[in-house]
Ligand binder design. Structure first.
Ligand code: AVJ
Length: 328
């Protein structure tokens, strides 16, 4: 999914510290190969992040509220297992809504917290900073724009460190990529530093199916927004409504898959790529995977990633798990 050789970077004027990656390389690569696919991180522009926020509030979308309930129930237990006076960073922070549950609890045991949220969406980061600082004056927020290849900031984070990787976004990654990412995180950390990892668990396929095929159609809009984004940023001429949102449980691979399926044969011009893409009727663009774990596989992942598993929390239905690991 992550293809460094095709990622070009340009300096964009921005109020935030680091440049935004351009999407042309990823889109050209993904839409000229067979089968067509696009990296899921492209789903999270400002509009996509806003749509994802809406998804997290849907009655069918259980992961967010289930993880939030785990964090609320166990916040004091989690924080009691952390090093003294930790600083906190977060991979894929989004608007940091669930993080505030932990920060509140953390402020009961230390006077202040330095918080480093990393996200590809500067709009989401701005919201995160505003909301956190408005509620908790004792938290200093240091937003980091970037993706998970930009982990250099972890070295600037004071020790002892807690890295949050909650929200199950590790589910977007293939198993090998997930291990590689954790190892990369581990390499930026020192002995005693900790990682809190949240993953979605395998469960009744109907429950998962409903979560990615909501009746209000928000997940469909979220998926199709990728085409809207290509139209806007690359001068594309996609008709988003000529594609169907398709999502299903792939049991063998233990993942939910998201696709965009062309309803008819069509040609789509994309100016910035200087190309016209061909789609046959029923052809799909694979836009996202959401891997589901078992508690055993979660522990195995942490270990392989270089962390010693300290404790794992789940909800009463065992729908979601949060695990704390440490660098030894
Ligand atoms: C943000 C990757 C955790 O996999 O559930 C939600 C993304 N896609 N609905 C997930 C998503 C469609 C979400 N993650």
């Amino acid at each position: 999914m992550i293809t460094p050789e095709h990622r070009n970077r340009i300096s964009t004027p921005t109020s935030m510290p680091s440049p935004a990656p351009v999407i042309a390389g990823d889109v050209l690569l993904g839409l000229t190969r067979m089968p067509k696919s696009l990296p899921p991180k492209l789903l999270y522009d400002a509009e996509g992040s806003a749509l994802f926020e809406k998804i997290t509030c849907l009655p069918e979308y259980y992961p967010t509220r289930t993880e939030a309930s785990i964090l609320m129930t166990h916040a004091d237990d989690i924080c009691g297992r952390l090093g003294p006076d930790v600083s906190v960073s977060e991979l894929g922070a989004g608007t940091a809504t669930k993080t505030r549950i932990l920060l509140r609890s953390l402020l009961r045991q230390q006077c202040s917290v330095n918080y480093f949220p990393l996200d590809v969406s500067d709009a989401a980061l701005q919201l995160a900073k505003d909301e956190v600082e408005r509620e908790m004056g004792a938290v200093n927020v240091h937003p980091q724009i970037g993706d998970f290849e930009d982990l250099g900031f972890l070295k600037l984070q004071p020790s002892p460190r807690l890295v949050l990787y909650i929200g199950s976004s590790i589910g977007n990654l293939e198993h090998g990529e997930a291990i590689a990412l954790l190892r990369n995180v581990a390499q930026h950390l020192s002995s005693g530093d900790q990682l809190l990892l949240g993953v979605d668990l395998v469960k009744d396929a109907n429950v998962m199916h409903a979560a990615y095929n909501d009746s209000a159609g928000i997940t469909a809009s979220f998926n199709k927004n990728l085409l809207v984004r290509i139209n806007r940023e690359l001068g594309g001429q996609f008709e988003p409504d000529s594609f169907n949102h398709v999502s299903f449980w792939n049991h063998k691979a233990s993942r939910m898959e998201l696709h965009l399926e062309s309803m008819r044969p069509q040609s789509v011009r994309v100016d910035a790529l200087d190309t016209t893409l061909q789609f046959y009727q029923g052809e799909r663009i694979h836009t996202e995977n959401s891997y589901k774990y078992t508690v055993e596989r979660l522990k195995d992942l942490l270990q392989r990633g270089g962390f010693e598993v300290e404790h794992t929390w789940t909800d009463p239905h065992c729908w979601f798990a949060v695990s704390l690991g440490m660098i030894i």
